[in-house]
Design a protein around this ligand. Structure first.
Ligand code: IPM
Ligand code: MG
Length: 357
């Protein structure tokens, strides 16, 4: 089969890690008889430099015409002082919204080989971490009405959290379906003791759970969830939550697995077109040095094969290669811990993974 993939290399370490993912995809293509065709797309800080805007119309069109999109990372200190609508992050929000990617899937897995990297007590780490954050991605306060004005206490600003039953239902369904394929446990996280939007969220989830009697469902308040994630992460299987809560909790979930450099993500909508990216950012401090960990991006490519192209065997081949390489003791600088071994470069780590494919 032939697949058209739009590549948003972006800023910082983005181009380096996308290179690694492309090498892995090409090897998989050879091995399984597929052809991946790539088109480069400008978005983020590099797009601001080249065109004056973070997400040129042409870039959106190319992504919409592709079978799938892979993104490295966008942003950096160079563009931090630009006004809100011209920041590189707008490219990300713009792409999610234009492609209608309402579901963000962020798995957080603690590899056996990396238990020593987990910042939690060893007894907690040993219980394991294998959870998925399902984050609503195109609604809520990140997209709600916002503005500035004059209030009773002077100059003020506001952002709005607003959710429709339709938005809650469709993200809830993705989470329930995902739980059915795993350990059949779903935790819905909200702030229903305070927020009206959370009360509607909870009511809607309760309606939905009637359709999935096999799933062990529970509600959890977001403050408690933030605490439970570090107290006993093994209690979680699939977690579903709003855009902002998911943004915050997925960073927390990634940290407890030892390295943000390992975690992939998928952003999905109603069609097979998805966007796949590492959950880490553009890491400007190490950009251009060739030392970034390519694993999160390589695993994102595996998620793309699985979710957008239904190529499960191919995806598993990549997942297994990464696990084996980590088990063999290979480490990039970010996951060195106390190891005395030499830290591998991006290219060296990529080569080891290619060897195992
Ligand atoms: C993420 C990022 C983005 C988000 C930013 C860069 C807009 O933090 O993907 O989690 O908040 O969604
Ligand atoms: Mg975030």
């Amino acid at each position: 089969m032939n697949y058209k993939i739009a590549l948003v290399r972006g800023d910082g370490i983005g181009p380096e890690i996308i290179d690694s993912a492309v090498k892995v995809l090409d090897r998989i293509g050879k091995k399984f008889g597929h052809q991946f065709m790539y088109t480069d797309v400008l978005a983020g800080g590099c797009a601001i430099d080249a065109t004056g805007e973070p997400l040129p119309e042409q870039s959106v069109e190319t992504c919409l015409k592709s079978d799938s999109v892979m993104l490295g990372a966008v942003g950096g200190p160079k563009w931090d002082t630009l006004p809100g609508h011209l920041r590189p992050e707008r490219a990300l929000l713009g792409l999610r919204s234009a492609m209608k990617l309402y579901a963000n899937i962020r798995p957080a897995v603690l590899y056996d080989a990396l238990v020593s990297e987990c910042p939690l007590r060893t007894s907690i780490a040993k219980e394991g971490i294998d959870l998925i954050v399902v984050r609503e991605l195109t609604g809520g306060i990140y997209y709600g009405e916002r503005g500035r004005g004059e209030g009773p206490m002077g100059r003020d600003a506001f952002d709005t959290e607003r959710y429709s039953v339709t938005e809650i239902e469709r993200i809830g369904r993705i989470a329930f379906e995902m739980a059915m394929k795993r350990r059949k446990k779903l935790t819905s996280i909200d702030k229903a003791n305070v927020l009206e939007s959370s009360r509607l969220w909870r009511e809607t989830m309760h309606e939905l759970k009637k359709e999935y009697p096999e799933v062990e469902y529970s509600d959890m308040l977001v403050d408690n969830a933030a605490m439970q994630l570090v107290r006993r992460p093994s209690q979680f299987d699939v977690v579903v939550t709003s855009n902002m809560f998911g943004d915050i909790l997925s960073d927390e979930a990634s940290m407890i697995t030892g390295s943000i450099g390992l975690l992939p993500s998928a952003s999905l909508g109603a069609s097979k077109l998805g966007m796949y990216e590492p959950i880490h950012g553009s890491a400007p401090d190490i950009a251009g040095k060739g030392i970034a960990n390519p694993i999160a991006t390589i695993l994102s490519a595996a998620m793309m094969l699985r979710f957008s192209f239904d190529l499960e065997a191919e995806a598993k081949c990549i997942d297994d290669a990464v696990s084996e390489v980590l088990r063999s003791g290979a480490r990039t600088a970010d996951i060195m811990g106390d190891s005395k071994a030499k830290a591998l470069s991006t290219d060296e780590m990529t080569a080891l993974i290619l060897n195992r494919l």
